[in-house]
Design a protein around this ligand. Structure first.
Ligand code: OGA
Ligand code: ZN
Length: 377
C-alpha cells in the first residue's frame, strides 16, 4: 500500500510505494490539479490559481483504498486523487503518451518493401490497422499505402481519416504534374533534388500524402532520405557544421503573383531537450542568406556539407511509385525528391495533401484509447 508523508513545512507530500519508489508532490501542484477544479465534461481546468496562496499548506493526507485524500490548512476542501493519476504524474516525469514513439533512423539500405505498409481498404475500415500504420509511419517517418482507388480524392479520404487537412497557398490538395505556367518546380518535369516542402511557412506542413495516380512517363523515379539520420551523422562527423545549422536562422521564401511567404528558420531544429525535432532543407526556396559577411564562409561550408550528405548514396533511398500507391512521410523529417521525367513519353500525376503533426499524433492517441477500451470491454 502507498504511504503518504507530509513535509515539515506542510508544503510537500511524499508518497512511498510498496516497491520503494517515492515521489514528492509540491502542495501548490496538488491544489492546482485537484479534480474538483476541472469541468467534469470538458476536462478543462476552471480552478483559478490566483485564488489560493502560493505557499498553500496541506493539513492532512491519508490513503483511502485507491485514493489519496488531502485536506487543506486554509480551505474547506477535500481533494481526492486516484493513485493511478499520482503515479502517472510524478513531478519530473513526462506522462505516458501513445504518440511518443522513438524514431527509427534509416539510410539507403531501407527499401520500399521494408516500409510500413497498409492497404487503403484496411486503413479506411479498421481502427487497429490504422493505429498500427500510424505508429509505424511515425517511427520510420515514411510509409506506403497500396490498393488506392483510381480516384483523385482517394488520398484525401485516407488523410481525413487521420485529421483535417492543412491548407496552403497551393490549395487543400495539390496536383503534381507538368503544367503550363508553373509556380513551383514540382509542377514541371524537372528533377527535384531531395527537399522538405515549404520551410518558407511559419510552420512547415507535417505529414505529406502523395497519391500516385499515374507514373507512365520515362523517368520520374522517387528518392527519399531520413533527415534525422543525416543530422545524427553530421553531429558525429562535423559538430561545428551541425551547430551552425542548428543555430543560424536563414531565410526561406516562396513568391508568385498572389503570395510572398517568407520565414527565417534554422535548417536543423532542436527541441528543448536538444534532440533534433525537425529538418528543413529546400535549396530551391532557400532565399538570399542575410547573415553578416564574416559568418558566410563558415555557414556556406556547413550548408554545403549537409547538402552533400543529401546527395550521398549512403542516405538516398531510390524507388518508384506505382499508380495505386500513396506515400506518406513526415515532411519535417524525411526529405523527398524525384528524377526528371519526359512528359512526351507518358502521363505522370501525383496528388498531394498534408496533415499536420498535431492532428496525426492526436489520431494515434484517440485510437490507442479506443482500442484499449475495446479490449477491456
Ligand atoms: C512536391 C514533390 C515529388 C514528385 O510536389 O513537392 O516533391 O515525385 N513532388 O513529383
Ligand atoms: Zn516536395
Amino acid at each position: 500500500m502507498v504511504t503518504a508523508h507530509i513535509g515539515a513545512d506542510h508544503r510537500t507530500l511524499t508518497l512511498v510505494w510498496p516497491d520503494g519508489q517515492t515521489a514528492a508532490y509540491p502542495a501548490i501542484f496538488l491544489r492546482d490539479n485537484c479534480p474538483s477544479g476541472f469541468h467534469p465534461q470538458t476536462l478543462e481546468r476552471e480552478f483559478d490559481l490566483t485564488s489560493v496562496p502560493l505557499d498553500i499548506q496541506i493539513a492532512s493526507a491519508g490513503v483511502e483504498g485507491r485514493e489519496l485524500v488531502i485536506r487543506w490548512a486554509t480551505e474547506d476542501l477535500v481533494s481526492r486523487f486516484s493513485q493511478d493519476w499520482l503515479e502517472a504524474h510524478k513531478p519530473g516525469q513526462r506522462f505516458t503518451d501513445p504518440a511518443s514513439v522513438r524514431p527509427k533512423l534509416w539510410r539507403s539500405d531501407l527499401t520500399k518493401q521494408d516500409l510500413p505498409r497498409a492497404s487503403a481498404r484496411d486503413l479506411l475500415a479498421n481502427d487497429e490497422a490504422l493505429f498500427d500504420f500510424l505508429v509505424g509511419a511515425k517511427t520510420t517517418g515514411l510509409a506506403i499505402v497500396d490498393g488506392m482507388a483510381n480516384d483523385a480524392d482517394a488520398g484525401m479520404s485516407i488523410a481525413r481519416r487521420i485529421g483535417f487537412l492543412r491548407e496552403t497557398n497551393f490549395g487543400v490538395t495539390f496536383e503534381v504534374m507538368s503544367k503550363p505556367d508553373p509556380n513551383n518546380l514540382a509542377y514541371t518535369s524537372h528533377a527535384l533534388p531531395l527537399h522538405t516542402d515549404l520551410p518558407n511557412q511559419e510552420l512547415a506542413p507535417g505529414y505529406q500524402f502523395l497519391h500516385c495516380l499515374a507514373n507512365d512517363a520515362e523517368g520520374g523515379g522517387s528518392t527519399f532520405a531520413d533527415g534525422f539520420a543525416i543530422a545524427a551523422d553530421l553531429a558525429q562527423s562535423d559538430l561545428d557544421a551541425f551547430d551552425l545549422l542548428a543555430n543560424t536562422p536563414v531565410p526561406f521564401r516562396f513568391q508568385d503573383g498572389d503570395y510572398d511567404i517568407r520565414k527565417h528558420h534554422t535548417v536543423i531544429q532542436l527541441d528543448n531537450g536538444g534532440t533534433v525535432s525537425e529538418v528543413r532543407f529546400n535549396a530551391h526556396i532557400a532565399s538570399v542568406f542575410d547573415m553578416p559577411a564574416e559568418q558566410m564562409d563558415a555557414y556556406y561550408r556547413a550548408y554545403r556539407t549537409i547538402m552533400a550528405m543529401t546527395r550521398d548514396p549512403a542516405y538516398v533511398m531510390t524507388t518508384r511509385l506505382d499508380a495505386g500507391e500513396m506515400v506518406i512521410f513526415d515532411n519535417r523529417r524525411a526529405l523527398h525528391g524525384r528524377a526528371a521525367f519526359d512528359p512526351s513519353t507518358g502521363f505522370r500525376h501525383l496528388r498531394g495533401c498534408y496533415v499536420d503533426r498535431g492532428e496525426f499524433d492526436s489520431r494515434i492517441r484517440v485510437l490507442s484509447r479506443r482500442l484499449k477500451t475495446a479490449l477491456a470491454a
